[in-house]
Each structure stands twice: as structure tokens, then as C-alpha cells.
Design a protein around this ligand. Structure first.
Ligand code: NAI
Length: 420
């Protein structure tokens, strides 16, 4: 088995943390138990490009239990938990290629190392693996062997849909992000809590009374804005979509252009999936001491080169925080190099919410294995039955029961004739 990780010496801590996360992932555990007996993934090879966290480790164990041969690389150079990588290699004999803090060249070498497995299924978070597989640097025979893949996040789905629209996507992808059991919960509650967790761990900031600007009122932004308000922050939302802006207004937030918002901000958080949401014109009017963080997928939301160009000095203020001194003496503090702050400065989403996302991943991979011959090129929604199954299993795990329709209700809801 090939692997490239920081060290195997951290395996014990990694295993303890993976087992701890597993306690909060009952849906995935039930799928793993079924996979162990049914072995639906026998004969499949899976190249996975995901954040190397405790929750991902439990997903990898589930895929292996289903009979797949698995290799894992990071979907972000800073999100790898080296102890988790160690345990996956030492305890689970899963080939991991990921080292926290790896440079860009190593990051792509690690993606290539998982492709050396000749995957029949890909699992991606941000579409870096899929785009590498389709690039000129990669042996074109490899992409032909892939039956299908899955994609975990909003930004990845957008990239893949644009590949499909240009006719270059060579195999089917299931957009796990777009499942209701994924983005309703993971993006909103997971990103909502863990983004603030990352910022608090990095800064020890008291949010109560702090003016926080949240850029983007999508699934992630709604989660962060609402949780920041819950901790007492004064939250301002910025948006470019009228509908989302209106929703933020009616949810009780102040909404204004970024140029105005930053004048009041003590903390700015970007969660848009867009480029240069915070840029030169904003840095020029930001308050002295303002904190800046991003929780969108790529570190492009904050125009860091523009910040560098405006600065006369740059120092590390403390772990995860770079202090930029501008020519007029103001200092701006960038958290986690502008990369997803919940994964760089904290542990990513809590396991309980990843339980649903990764249950959906595991069931989508099983769907691919069972239907490999009938799937066509393109980006697909998760089958509704999988979404409903995951929601039902999660409710069961919480010990919560719900009502069922009576026959009369079922008839009423399916009838257009019964108006009164
Ligand atoms: P979404 O599409 O639901 O929301 C994005 C929002 O940003 C939209 O309402 C859009 O109108 C707005 N927006 C776009 N450009 C803007 C600009 N210049 N200024 C202000 N608002 C702007 O997407 P979602 O699901 O909320 O994801 C956002 C990003 O977070 C994506 O990159 C996604 O991949 C990433 N993500 C990160 C996670 C994490 O663990 N940190 C977890 C899940 C998603």
C-alpha cells in the first residue's frame, strides 16, 4: 500500500478522535454494518479527494467495509488532520496522500497518487480531482475507466455543471451537495457553527456586541449570520441577489453594500463561492484592527494579493492570524490565510451533521455501483429515495417519531377534486 503522510506516530490520537466522531454518526454506522454483509462495492476502486478529518475517516471505513479499494487525498492543503491520516494508514490500511500545510505542487502530486489507483469511482469536494483527471497532465486512459463520481460541495457542483455545459465532462457525477439532507443541514448548521468555532479558536473573540459582516446569504451564510446573532453579534449581511438580500432583511438583518458594511465591521466573513468579495476598495476603508475570514470553498473570496500590495508590513500575530500593516498605520488581521476557516482553525463540521452528508455519499456510491451501466454523462441530483432514507434514519437515530398520513389524508392530498 502506498501512502504519503506526515507520520504514522500520531495514529493513536487519530483513532481516538475518529472513534469519538463515530459516536455521533449513527446513520453512517448503520450503512457500514449493512455494507459489511452485502459488500455492494466489491471490485470498485475509489479515489477520494475530501478534507482529511475524523468524519471523512469514518466514510472511508464505510466504503472499505462495502468492499471498495480506497485512496484518499486532501481537498484543501490546510484542512488535513495529520493524526487522522496516520490512523487511516496504520489502523485501516487505507492509502492516504495528505500532509497539513503541503504546497500546491505536493497537493496535486497527492491527487495524482490517488489516480494511480485507476479509480472506477471518484469522490470529490470542490472538483479539483475531477478537473485534474480531465486535464492534459493526466493519462487520458484513466478517465475512460471511471464509472461515475460524487461531488460534496456547492463550488464543485458549479464547476462540474460548467464542464458538463461545455461538453467536456466525461462521466456522470451525483451532486451530493444538492441533496436536501446535505445542504439544508451541513451548509447551514455545520458551516454555521464551525465557521464561528474556527474564528473563536483562532482569536478568542467575544462575539457579543461585535459588528460582524457576513458576505453571502446562501445556505452557509444564513447559518453563520443566524448563529453569530445568537451569540450577541450585530450582524450585517451583504448580497448580490435581490431575493437572498430580501430574505436577510426579513430575517431581521441590516443589508448594505460591502463598501458601507466594512466601515462598521470588526469581523468580516465571506461565504459566497465568488472571487474578490473583499478587495482593495474595501481594505482602504476598513476599521483599524478588523478581522477577516473566509469560509467559502476556495481562498479567492478575499483578494489577498491586493491586501499584500497595500501593506507595508506583515507579521504573524498568533497562530492562524497574519497581521497586515497598511501605509496609514491601520492593521488588518487575516485568519487562516483566507482558506476555509472552519477547517484551518477548527475541526470542520461537527460529526453529527457530517453523518447525513456522508451517509448520502455512501448511498450515492452504492447507487453508482448498482447502476453503473445505465448512468449517462452529466451532473445528477441524488435520487429522492436516498434523501428520504437518510432523513428517516437520522430521525430514528435521534429517537424521534413523526406522524404518518391517514388513508383519507393521502387521498385528499393526491386529489384535485376535493376542494372543500
Ligand atoms: P449558495 O449558492 O447557497 O450561496 C452563496 C451566496 O453568495 C448566494 O446567495 C450569492 O448570491 C451570494 N454571493 C455571490 N457573490 C457575492 C458577492 N460578491 N457578494 C455578496 N454575496 C455574494 O452557496 P453555499 O452553499 O452557501 O456555499 C457558499 C460557499 O461555501 C461555496 O464556496 C461552498 O462550496 C462553500 N462551502 C463551505 C463549507 C465549509 O465547510 N466551510 C461547507 C459547504 C459549502
Amino acid at each position: 500500500m502506498n501512502y504519503d503522510i506526515k507520520t504514522t506516530e500520531l495514529a493513536l490520537t487519530g483513532k481516538q478522535r475518529i472513534d469519538w466522531a463515530d459516536r455521533f454518526m449513527p446513520v453512517l454506522a448503520s450503512i457500514r454494518a449493512r455494507f459489511e454483509t452485502e459488500r455492494p462495492l466489491d471490485g470498485f476502486t475509489i479515489a477520494a479527494c475530501l478534507h482529511v478529518t475524523t468524519e471523512t475517516a469514518n466514510l472511508m471505513k464505510t466504503l472499505k467495509a462495502g468492499g471498495a479499494e480506497v485512496a484518499l487525498c486532501a481537498s484543501n492543503p490546510l484542512s488535513t488532520q495529520d493524526d487522522v491520516a496516520a490512523s487511516l494508514v496504520a489502523d485501516e490500511q487505507i492509502g492516504v496522500f495528505a500532509i497539513n500545510g503541503e504546497d500546491t505542487e505536493t497537493y496535486y502530486q497527492h491527487i495524482d497518487a490517488t489516480l494511480a489507483l485507476h479509480p472506477t469511482i471518484t469522490m470529490d469536494d470542490g472538483a479539483d480531482l475531477v478537473s485534474r483527471l480531465h486535464s492534459e497532465e493526466t493519462n487520458p486512459a484513466l478517465v475512460e475507466q471511471v464509472a461515475a463520481g460524487t461531488e460534496e460541495t456547492t463550488t464543485g457542483v458549479i464547476r462540474l455543471k460548467s464542464m458538463a455545459a461545455e461538453g467536456v465532462l466525461k462521466y456522470p457525477i451525483i451532486a451530493v451537495n444538492d441533496a436536501q439532507t446535505k445542504h439544508f443541514f451541513d451548509n447551514r448548521y455545520g458551516t454555521g457553527q464551525s465557521t464561528l468555532d474556527g474564528i473563536i479558536r483562532a482569536t478568542n473573540l467575544l462575539l457579543a456586541g461585535t459588528t460582524v459582516v457576513v458576505a453571502g446569504y446562501g445556505w452557509c451564510g444564513r447559518g453563520v449570520a443566524n448563529r453569530a446573532r445568537g451569540l450577541g453579534a450585530k450582524v450585517i449581511v451583504t448580497e448580490v441577489t435581490a431575493l437572498r438580500a430580501l430574505e436577510a432583511v426579513m430575517d431581521g438583518f441590516r443589508v448594505m453594500p460591502m463598501t458601507e458594511a466594512v466601515k462598521e465591521a470588526e469581523l468580516v466573513i465571506t461565504l459566497t463561492g465568488d472571487i474578490h468579495v473583499l478587495r482593495k476598495e474595501h481594505f482602504e476603508v476598513m476599521k483599524d484592527g478588523a478581522l477577516i475570514a473566509n469560509s467559502g470553498h476556495f481562498n479567492v473570496e478575499i483578494d489577498i494579493p491586493a491586501l499584500e500590495a497595500l501593506s507595508i508590513a506583515k507579521n504573524t500575530a498568533r497562530e492562524f492570524i497574519e497581521e497586515y500593516t497598511l501605509a496609514d498605520g491601520r492593521k488588518l488581521f487575516l485568519i487562516g490565510e483566507g482558506r476555509l476557516v472552519n477547517l484551518t482553525a477548527a475541526e470542520g463540521h461537527p460529526a453529527s451533521v457530517m453523518d447525513m452528508s456522508f451517509a448520502t455519499q455512501a448511498l450515492s456510491v452504492e447507487h453508482i455501483a448498482k447502476n453503473r451501466d445505465s448512468l449517462q454523462k452529466g451532473v445528477y441530483d441524488v435520487p429522492v429515495a436516498i434523501d428520504e432514507n437518510v432523513a428517516r434514519l437520522k430521525l430514528e437515530a435521534f429517537g424521534i417519531q413523526i406522524d404518518t398520513l391517514t388513508p383519507a389524508q393521502e387521498k385528499y392530498l393526491n386529489s384535485w377534486e376535493m376542494g372543500t
